[in-house]
Every structure is written in C-alpha cells, then in structure tokens.
Design a protein around this ligand. Sequence first.
Ligand code: A2P
Length: 354
Amino acid sequence: MGYRVAVVGATGAVGREILKTLAERQFPVDDIVALASARSAGREVSFGEKKVLKIQNLETFDFTGWDIALFSPGGAVSAKYAPKAAAAKCLVVDNTSHFRMEPGVPLVVPEVNAAALKKARKGIIANPNCSTAQMMVALKPLHDLFRIKRVVVSTYQAVSGAGKSGMDELFSQTKGSFVNDPPTVAQFTKQIAFNLIPHIDRFMEDGSTKEEWKMAVETRKILDPDIKVFATCVRVPVFIGHSEAISIECEKPVDLEKARAALRKAPGVILRDEREDGGYVTPIECVGEDDTYVSRLRIDPTVENGLAFWCVSDNLRKGAALNAVQIAESLDEQHLIGKDSPLWQPVPRSEEPA
Ligand code: A2P
C-alpha cells in the first residue's frame, strides 16, 4: 500500500531534491502533490523520470486525506502551514528550524534516534540543520565507543544551504567577476565569490550565530543531552557539499583502530582515509551521494582522549532531502503513517514529551 504525499516548497533547492529522492528510493507513493507559493502555481516540476507535477498553491490547499507532507518552504511558512496539515492528520516532516526545539516534536536522524519518532505528539517531526545531520551520523559510532564529552567544530558550508537564491548569488558574482561587473550582495552579508563569510543566520547575544547555536542544541537533543558543542560556522564559495573539521574529547581512552572499524561499519558513513595525496574526500566529490564521508582521522594529542577528523556530505541530501525521506521511510517501517497511526491517538498523561 502506498501513501498520499505532499511536498511543500517543491520549486526550491531542497523541495526538488525531495521529489528526486522520493522517486529514486521508491518511497511507496499512491498520489503526490507539489506545493509552493501562489507565484509558482501552474509551473511544472518533475517527479522521477516520467511524471510531471503542476505546482499547486499552498495557501488554498486542503491537507485532508493526505498522509504525509515533507515541508521545506522556509521557517515562517512552515510555522503557519505545518500545524494546519497536522490538524488534518497529515503527518509533517519539516525541514526548517521552526519546530526543532519544540517539546513533543522529535528531531530525528534515523541512523541515530529513529525510536524518537514514536514520541511525535503534534503530528510534526523536525529534520535537523544540515550541518548537524552529517555530524550526527559520524559522531554516533564514536560516542557509542568512547562517550563524547565535548565537540569543537568548524564548518565550511555550501551556498545551497541558503536555498536557490544563495546558489544564484555565487553564480552571478563569479560570472560577473570575469566581465568586471561589481558584485551584487543580496542573500549574503558580503561578497561570497572568491571569499569566505564567518556568519550564518543571525547573531545572538553571546556573539555566536544562530547556526552555531543550532549545532549545539540539536546535537544535545538528538545524540546526548550532556555533550558540549562549540561551533564556528562559515559560508564558503562551494555550490553543494558541507565540510566540517571536527575535534572531539571523550570520557574513555580513544583507540584509532577501533574508531576506524566502528566508522567503517556505521550506517550512512564511508571512511576514506588514506594518508597520501588525494586520500580524502572533498565536497565536490560528495554531490548527489547519500553517505557522509569521514577522512583525516587522527588522534588529537592536545587534549585527553582527543580525536579529530574531516567530514563531508551533500547538504541537500543527508543535510535535508535524504534525511527527510529517511524519516518518512522510518515512519513507514514503524507503521506510524496514516489516519490510524498511533501518533493520532490521545497521549497518556504520564508520557514524557519527546
Ligand atoms: P516559490 O518558488 O513559489 O517562491 P528555496 O529555499 O530554494 O529558496 O525554496 C523555497 C521554497 O519555498 C520554494 O519552493 C518557494 O516557492 C517556497 N515558498 C516560499 N514562500 C512560500 C509561501 N508563502 N507559500 C508557499 N511556498 C513558499
């Protein structure tokens, strides 16, 4: 049996990738609808190789009778429409940051905490931030082995993390530089072509950015509430593929060979770590790939029980669309989709929020 599936934000960078991923992975779809703003109504997007979908207007769409909706239209739009879909018993997997830290909304990376899906109390499941998602799949096997206490991470994030308009800005600034056009800065705060910007999302009171804060709080919600995370998030002139330099400090003594063996076995992780020219993975090599790549694994001798590595993943796949579709697959495996799902039953008072 298949489901009636809605994709919200279907004209965007992540929405298109969600349609592609649903088709590629043959998610059981009986009926599918692509939704975006009134501006795009009537435009066409493809679903798989054979099917073309006409965009419908989210504002006037009725979610009654639809089983699951994958949302990536931006935080403010999800804030308004995800609860409407959930009220119609259409389960929402939301890719924006809006609901991530809300009690009763599980924040899920299926390789790490698929069991949390059963605790969805509001008909909404949140997909983590792109930088958090790839870090979680790499940290999980190491946490199981050595109990991570603290993480220090620097990110090198692709412009597609800022949506299609971010990609357009890098493209036009790069092209413009060859014909001496002055760069137009709109999506980012400074020129991104041939540059780096140590600022993603808004500034917080302590001088961190919201992106850095998200990596810390999301890690604690997904992996372990006791892990401390210090992040520095940087936008780089790469179209697709986020990279991260990650250092961890663990409770137990770290063994490099055990770490290698655990990473080799971990779901969603590929260890490519040859200590020679080119024996590591760069962002351009992971475009269109589902896995998260770990390279440059080495002991950090400057702290007790320290380990450091390089981690690369396609931010539109594991960081967004793939993780959302994997959540949908896991909901299906756990029989949590559909009008008879236990998620729509009244919650016993004694039960803890997710
Ligand atoms: P639209 O193309 O009609 O503006 P990206 O993150 O790549 O910029 O994509 C954002 C997605 O969210 C697009 O599909 C966009 O549709 C959609 N979107 C933005 N605002 C709204 C809105 N008010 N209602 C529905 N969809 C929206």
